[in-house]
Write a protein that binds this ligand. Structure first.
Ligand SMILES: [Cu+2]
Length: 149
């Protein structure tokens, strides 16, 4: 039983590697094993998406009123990156989602508890910061790192 599961895992990993190599573009350097956990689901459908890739990411604000998101890191492929942030109805503050870095600084709309804020922007590979632009929320911890490959 354990051996069977292990074999399946090895096969799945090999498949992901093959799919990555077939994607013969300039992102060879970033096709490291570290990326496989977040891109595994995209690898099966991304073979023809070498240009105009769209990444849809989601996260949520803390429901207990704390100034934090439920994720500190996000990753996406270069292209159109969309982040949708849920402001839970149990929260008590307005929030928004924004992306900052490498000359990009774009804010989504500010939404009350129960709403969703969306920001969408074309990104090149690099490190960006996602954050909440409301008041001092960013300085108080509502930020994280978005890695684009
Ligand atoms: Cu906020």
């Amino acid at each position: 039983m354990t051996r069977l599961l292990h074999s399946l895992a090895v096969l799945a990993a090999a498949g992901a590697l093959l799919a990555g190599c077939g994607d013969d573009n300039n992102s060879d350097d970033s096709a490291a094993p570290a990326a496989s956990d977040t891109t595994a689901t995209e690898a099966s459908t991304g073979s023809s998406a070498s240009s105009g890739t769209a990444s849809d990411l989601r996260l949520a604000a803390s429901e207990d009123g704390g100034l934090s998101f439920d994720k500190k890191t996000l990753s996406a492929k270069a292209g159109t990156v969309t982040i949708t942030m849920d402001n839970p109805s149990g929260d008590q503050m307005p929030h928004a989602i924004a992306i900052d870095g490498n000359g990009v600084d774009k804010d989504g709309e500010v939404v009350q508890p129960g709403g969703k804020s969306t920001v969408s922007v074309d990104l090149k590979p690099g490190k960006y910061t996602f954050y909440c632009p409301v008041g001092q929320h960013r300085q108080n911890g509502m930020e994280g790192t978005l890695t684009v490959q």
